[in-house]
Design a protein around this ligand. Sequence first.
Ligand SMILES: Cc1cc2nc3c(=O)[nH]c(=O)nc-3n(C[C@H](O)[C@H](O)[C@H](O)COP(=O)(O)OP(=O)(O)OC[C@H]3O[C@@H](n4cnc5c(N)ncnc54)[C@H](O)[C@@H]3O)c2cc1C
Length: 432
Amino acid sequence: MEPGSPIKLNILIVGAGIAGLTAAASLRAAGHKITIFESSTLLDEVGAAITIAPNGSRVLAHIEFDFEAAKGVSVKSPSMYFGDTLKERKNAFPVSAVWNIDVEDMTGFPNRSFHRVDLHNELKKLALRDDGQGTVEVHLGARIVRVDIENAEVGLDDGRLWKGDLLIGADGIHSCVRKAALEYSGETEDIEDLGWDISRWLLDRKDVEEDDELREVYVKGNDRSVWITPHEGQSKRLVWYTCRNGEVQNMVALIPTSKGEAEPEPDLDNILEQFSDFHPSLLKLFKKAETIKTWRLRNRNPIKSFANGKTVLIGDAAHPNLPFNGQGGNQALEDCAVLQRLFTAETTKDTILEKLKLFNTIRWKRASRIQISSGVPGSQVNDLTERLKEYEEQDDLLPAEDDPDGLAKRWVGDLTYDIFKKCDEVLGGANK
Ligand SMILES: Cc1cc2nc3c(=O)[nH]c(=O)nc-3n(C[C@H](O)[C@H](O)[C@H](O)COP(=O)(O)OP(=O)(O)OC[C@H]3O[C@@H](n4cnc5c(N)ncnc54)[C@H](O)[C@@H]3O)c2cc1C
C-alpha cells in the first residue's frame, strides 16, 4: 500500500456499554475492523432507566437507532410534588419563559427514557449488524488488565495480547484504560465524596397504577419525570419516571449525607427511615422493590486530555458524570459522533494522532464542563459559574451569574446542543 493511502483501521474498544457499542456502530460504517473486549457477559446490564436528551438522540438517529424498538417514552420537563401531601408543588422553578421551551420543537427530538437493557440491546444490534460495512467482533467475559497507551495494545487476564492502530477506552467509571492514561500523562486521580447517597430500583406498572392516592402522580409520570421532595427544602428527593412503553416505573432516591460518612447500608429499613416523613403510599413504592441498589456519589475532576498516545477515552472513562443532570450517557453519544466524523473511510494511518488532537479540541471543554455540572443538583449549578469559566466556548457560552433565567438557559442549551454542527465548525467540510 502507498504510504498515506487510506486504510481500514484496526480499532480496539475496551467496554461494551453505551459508549463502546455506539462507537462500534458509528465507526463500522467506515469499513474499519473493530474488536470489543467486555469483561461481563452482557447478560446482566444494570436494570434501570436512562433518559436520552435531544443532544444524544441526534447521534442515535444518525446511526439509524430504532427508538420504537427500544420502547422509548417521551418525557417532558419535570413536575414537582410534595412528599407528605402528594400535592403538586407549583412554581418550584424560577418563573421563566425558557422553561416552557419545547425541546422537541427546537430539535426534532424529545427527551426519551429507556430501560437500559432495551437501549443496550438495540445498540448491540446496530454494532453487530452484517451489512458489509466493516466488522465488529465482541469478546465477552474478556477483562483487560494491561494497557499500552502509546502503542494501542491491551492484555487480557488470560495473558493474550492485542495490538490495534487505535485504542478506545470505553470501560466506564472504574476504567483501567483511564488509569493507564493518567499514569502515562503523569496525572493523579482526585476523588471527592460529595455527601450524597443514591438508590435506584424498578417497579412494574401494575405495582403503582392501582393505588388511588398515587394516581395523579402516576398519570403525570407517564409523560414527564416527577420529582417528589419534602415540604421544606428540595434536597432529598424521589425521582420517578417511566420507561419500556410505560410498563416499567423507574425510581431514584437521592439523599444528602455528610461527606466522609461510612458507605450507605443497602438496607430497606435505612431508606424508609430517611423518607419517613413521606406519604404512606410513597413508602409502598420502596417496599415493593425487589432489589434496591444504593451507593455513595463520588466526584472526579476533569482530566487534562482525553487523548494520549494512540488511545482515546470516551464516555464515563473520559468524563465520569454523576446523575444530577442526566447527561453522562448523552455525553458518551456525543463522543461517538466525533469519532465517526474523524475516523472516516479516508483516514490514513499517519493522521491518527492529529485526529486524536482534534477529538480533544471538539470535546474536552464541553464534556469537562458538563462533568463538573453533573455533580450538583440543578438548582445549585449557577453557583459553579466561576469554576466553569475555564471551559466556556464561543458556541457554548455560560449564562451570566445574575441572570434569573440562567438555570433554564443552561438546561435548554445543554439538551439542544448539536455535536455535528460543532464538528462542521472545527473540521470544515473535509471530514464529513
Ligand atoms: C443513577 C444514575 C442515573 C443516570 N441517569 C442518566 C440519564 O438519565 N441520562 C444520561 O445520559 N446518563 C445518566 N447516567 C449516566 C450514565 O449511566 C453513564 O454516563 C453511562 O452509562 C456511561 O456509559 P459508558 O459506556 O461510558 O460506561 P458503562 O456503561 O459503565 O460501560 C463500561 C463497560 O466496560 C466494561 N468494562 C469495565 N472494565 C473493563 C475491563 N477492564 N475490561 C473489559 N471491559 C470492562 C463494563 O463491564 C461495562 O460494560 C446515570 C447514572 C446513574 C448512576
